[in-house]
Design a protein around this ligand. Structure first.
Ligand SMILES: C[S@@+](CC[C@H](N)C(=O)[O-])C[C@H]1O[C@@H](n2cnc3c(N)ncnc32)[C@H](O)[C@@H]1O
Length: 477
């Protein structure tokens, strides 16, 4: 789990990784290729003159280009474009001047509408190929899908810049070198305003560290988060130095130059809680508009669930809701507020691994029936599963689950237990930043008698291959 000071990699390990990456470099091998498909990481796929698959960065489907092979693996090669000979009609001039070197975005050369189309195509391929969803469920997903297109530029409220004493920016697209930038097209405008401050002061901090002989070879990662009160909060996310014992002193020097205070708080606008505050290391949805948007969709589905409960005259009026991987609890009290609109009581539980996030949650949800629990979700679900199996313990089935796991997803085992722990009439809302994890995990819900009720694909990360999916699955209602 993420914590800036105890997560630091050794500087030496990092350097050897850089060397290994350069090991397979093949220079000056050129071919003219025509691509026939686009992989889900945004690279075009072509077959080389020797029959081997070649992945080509920044190339679109059905384009012909002279390409340069940059490395060879056992059964494929990676290439970059030298010259495009027949461009796709969907190709546009990349709006960012750093695009050919910076590894931050992969789709700058693709028109915005086609970026969204590609993402929904990739999503259905993933449901089929990785999730092994059957055709009936794929058909219903196709009918239900609502594609939501968000602002494409200056949208990221959280970014992590690398700095090596000289360059400040993101890692390169085909090397580990830091690409020096003075502007980022996808970072928020407030974050952009901080770039020169950040660079100037990191240069001063590194200079002081060197002059005092605390370290020579250094690299750091600084995380910047835009708050809704117009402030930008800085955090040292990672720091490597060749003289390990001096690390803490060096961090103090950097903090002094960047005016970082340890108790910095991020203020957010929240639909139902007037003052939402979170400690700086808590997770935050990266797109400026996403919190409100995701909240709205989860709320509509939860309201519908209670509406049907009332319509079907079910006598139950005490409900239990879980928010798993809750972070600081943006969604945790939502089922309670929704229940209130339908005159039913909802007891909410939020489970999250980072204590800072749960501390924020408990402050934000003070006086509400929301309990924040610091625990690993796997451990928590397993404990609850054992309670259910034990006739001596009282276990009440769960009615609503919100799941917003990290990229790796929740995993099959947790999902199987969730299916068992949910009541006969229940709602599971799965928000995913990784479509493959979504596809794999939610198949377990479909096999467990849930049916897809609504599906949103949020094209929330313009110019990149990433997107977010919210699938709401219901059983028995
Ligand atoms: C995608 S974020 C979701 C946060 C929250 N839903 C929000 O919108 O603010 C995933 C969260 O899961 C937490 N997490 C990751 N792995 C975990 C685990 N195994 N057990 C508990 N929490 C975990 C992370 O710390 C992070 O806060």
């Amino acid at each position: 789990m993420q914590h800036h000071r105890n997560r630091q990699k050794s500087f030496h390990t990092h350097r050897s990784h850089l060397k290994n990456n350069q090991h397979n470099l093949v220079k000056h091998e050129k071919e003219t290729l025509t691509s026939y498909a686009l992989s889900t990481d945004g690279k075009a796929i072509a077959r080389g003159e020797d029959g081997i698959i070649v992945f080509i960065k920044d190339m679109l489907e059905n384009e012909t280009a002279k390409v340069e092979i940059i490395n060879k693996k056992s059964n494929y090669k990676n290439a970059i474009i030298n010259k495009i000979e027949s461009p796709s009609p969907h190709r546009v001039t990349p709006p960012c001047k750093f695009t050919d070197r910076c590894g931050g975005c992969q789709l700058q050369h693709v028109s915005p509408e086609v970026q969204s189309e590609l993402k929904s195509r990739w999503f259905f391929e993933t449901l089929k190929r990785i999730g092994k969803w059957d055709s009936a469920n794929i058909n219903s997903a196709e009918k239900l899908l609502s594609l939501i297109f968000l602002k494409q530029e200056h949208y990221r409220r959280r970014v992590r810049f690398h700095f090596n004493g000289k360059e400040l920016g993101f890692r390169g697209s085909h090397s580990n070198r830091i690409v020096d930038i003075d502007h980022c097209l996808i970072a928020s405008l407030k974050i952009n305003e901080k770039i020169s401050f950040l660079k100037d002061n990191l240069i001063k901090a590194f200079k002081e560290i060197q002059e005092k002989k605390f370290g020579k070879l250094m690299e750091c990662e600084i995380e910047l988060t835009e708050c809704d009160d117009e402030k930008v909060v800085l955090n040292i996310a990672d720091f490597q130095v060749d003289q390990d014992p001096n690390k803490e002193i060096c961090l103090t020097i950097i903090e002094k130059y960047l005016t970082i205070q340890n108790e910095q708080i991020i203020h957010l606008k929240h639909s139902e809680l007037p003052r939402f505050r979170l400690k700086k290391q808590s997770f935050i949805q990266p797109h400026l508009d996403c919190i409100q948007l995701y909240y709205q969709h989860i709320k509509e589905n939860t309201d519908d669930f209670f509406k049907n409960i009332i319509k079907n005259k079910q006598d139950k009026n005490q409900f239990i809701a879980w928010d798993l991987y809750s972070g600081a609890g943006i969604f945790s009290p939502l089922p309670y507020f929704s229940g209130k609109r339908f005159n039913v009581d909802v007891q909410c539980f939020a489970v999250e691994g980072i204590k800072d996030a749960i501390d924020s949650l408990n402050i934000n949800c003070k006086n509400l029936p929301v309990a924040g629990i610091v625990n690993d979700v796997e451990v928590f679900v397993d404990q609850e599963f054992k309670k259910k199996l034990d006739p001596l313990t009282q276990f009440k089935d769960i009615d609503i689950i919100i799941l917003d796991p990290p990229r790796a997803g929740a995993g099959i085992e947790i999902m199987q237990k969730i299916v068992e722990l949910c009541s006969k009439k229940s709602l599971v809302m799965y928000l995913a930043c990784d479509p493959a994890s979504f596809a794999r995990d939610t198949r377990v819900l479909l096999e467990g008698g849930f049916r897809l009720k609504s599906l949103n694909l949020f094209d929330a990360f313009g110019h990149t291959i990433h997107y977010e999916v919210l699938g709401c699955f219901e059983r028995g209602n």
